[in-house]
Design a protein. Structure first.
Lengths: 132, 171
């Protein structure tokens, strides 16, 4: 966010009523919240005012289990490893599939070639027999 | 608010461990809270849903285009999983043990009132008032017009206020 568009502490006091009544326009609302996120003094000041919205905000201050972030990171790594394994399994399957297709095509190619070659041999032997 | 960045991230999440860690650190609490309030008071279930949502968000796109794209995916995954999960009623105010009694009571009342709202109403309220997302981002997450999101959020807020009054009157 550009520094020119930041709110200062006096702006917070000026716009507090509009904030509590949810009457700020969206850009002002963003700037207001951005200031509260960095200024503890203003945050405490705003939260001292008893409104439903403020009480809902304060309800959000729950105690998060201390190992939550660790579990999230652990599960992420686990999922990533599972994905790598499944990708490897898919690529293994793909390689087998490609091999089978090549084998089938080669069989078809040599089969056709053998078929025509044997036909040619038959024809030349017949011609030879006739000329004799 | 969603800010863009991380535009040149390569394919593997393992290769970008620093970025992954920073995204997890940045959003884990808010996603955990979102899931917790959508589903009730089941910490274990919220824990599992949060973990699987992060895994889904990181792996579904294969790579992270930017933070905004990632966050939309992450919240979508969390909402989808929460929708399928079993809702468990809130039991106590253990989360606010450090707060003064008066503050604790008022937060617990809002928490109780929130429980009575529909799943959809909770989504609008939590994304706007807890996550502080702008309406454009919420409409992208929920795949619905921005004007509808605005109207539904205001309605949900009014409904919550009524429910809080009901809870107050019943005590």
């Amino acid at each position: 966010m550009n520094d020119n568009f930041k709110m200062d502490c006096s702006d917070i006091r000026e716009k507090l009523k509009a904030f509590l009544n949810d009457l700020l326009v969206e850009d002002e609302y963003k700037l207001f919240v951005a200031h509260l996120n960095v200024c503890k003094k203003c945050k405490d000041y705003v939260r001292r005012i008893g409104s439903i919205s403020n009480q809902l905000w304060q309800l959000g201050d729950v105690n998060v289990p201390p190992d939550l972030s660790y579990t999230i990171l652990f599960r992420l790594k686990q999922t990533e490893q599972e994905n790598i394994k499944s990708k490897f399994f898919i690529s293994k399957k793909l390689a087998v599939g490609i091999f089978v297709v090549i084998l089938a095509l080669a069989t078809l190619f040599f089969g056709i070639k053998y078929h025509y070659f044997s036909k040619e041999v038959d024809e030349t032997s017949v011609v030879k027999k006739i000329t004799m | 608010m969603i800010d863009s960045g991380y535009s040149d991230i390569s394919l593997s999440t393992l290769d970008n461990e620093v970025v992954v860690k920073s995204l997890v650190e940045q959003y884990q609490q808010r996603i955990f809270a979102l899931v917790l309030y959508l589903n009730g008071d089941n910490f274990d279930q919220a824990y599992d849903i949060t973990v699987s949502s992060f895994v889904k968000a990181f792996s579904s796109g294969c790579f992270l285009k930017n933070k905004s794209f990632f966050l939309i995916r992450l919240i979508r995954a969390a909402i989808k999983r929460s929708r399928d999960a079993k809702i468990i009623p809130f039991l106590d105010d253990a989360n606010f043990a450090d707060l003064p009694p008066e503050k604790r009571n008022s937060l617990f009342m809002v928490k109780k009132a929130l429980q009575t709202l529909t799943f959809k109403e909770k989504i609008f309220l939590l994304l706007r008032d807890q996550f502080h997302l702008c309406y454009k981002d919420i409409s992208a997450i929920l795949k619905m017009p921005e004007s509808d999101v605005r109207v539904q959020t205001v309605c949900a807020r009014i409904h919550l206020r009524e429910k809080v009054e009901e809870v107050l009157n019943s005590e």
